[in-house]
Design a protein. Structure first.
Length: 182
């Protein structure tokens, strides 16, 4: 996958209209987009992607989705499903209502790329920088600012997803080999 950086998209008019109608008082994903704006630009992740190959999904949008995924405690499958089916997530990512989303494996591949290229702290650092600019957190406060616990949670999520996929593959193989046993 190659990266063709594009500026963070603004929220399409139709998505804004439908999201505001569905969530009159707003929701977490919409508040994040409204208050923090587009946090991540594709160029920030350019070193993790080759110059040649098929186009990658926007790393800026994947980083934003990773923040939402962590905030809501979603698995990769649930996060990918949210991109396809939730208006608030489409709003947060600046997607058209008809956007088909992506396969859930894109998220773990994205995290692997971040780790392989030493960019794993970029997401947390940018998020902390932005909320600091808005004075939502301050030095010496009760919030935790190191990324150790976040990285541990991401690794745990990857492992749980791997175990689930392994179990699914084993059951499918067993269903073919011994259908009567199931």
């Amino acid at each position: 996958m190659s990266l063709r950086p594009v500026p963070a998209p603004s929220v399409p008019e139709a998505t804004v209209r439908v999201a505001r109608a569905a969530f009159r008082k707003g929701c977490l994903a919409m508040r994040i987009r409204d208050e923090l704006g587009p946090l991540f630009e594709d160029e920030q992740f350019a070193s993790a992607f080759p110059r040649r190959g098929g186009p990658a999904w926007s790393p800026g949008q994947l980083a934003m989705l990773s923040v939402l995924q962590f905030a809501e405690g979603l698995t990769d499958r649930q996060a990918a499903d949210a991109v396809r089916g939730r208006i608030d997530v489409k709003y947060a990512l600046g997607l058209e209502l008809e956007d088909p989303g992506f396969d859930f494996s894109v998220l773990s591949e994205f995290r692997d790329r971040l780790i392989a290229h030493g960019l794993e702290e970029l997401v947390l650092d940018r998020l902390l920088e932005r909320v600091g600019e808005l004075e939502l957190v301050r030095a010496g406060g009760r919030q935790r600012t190191d990324s150790t616990h976040v990285l541990a949670a991401v690794r745990k999520l990857n492992r749980m997803e791997f175990v689930g996929e392994t179990l699914r593959a084993a059951l499918e193989t067993l269903a073919v080999a011994a259908p009567g046993w199931l």
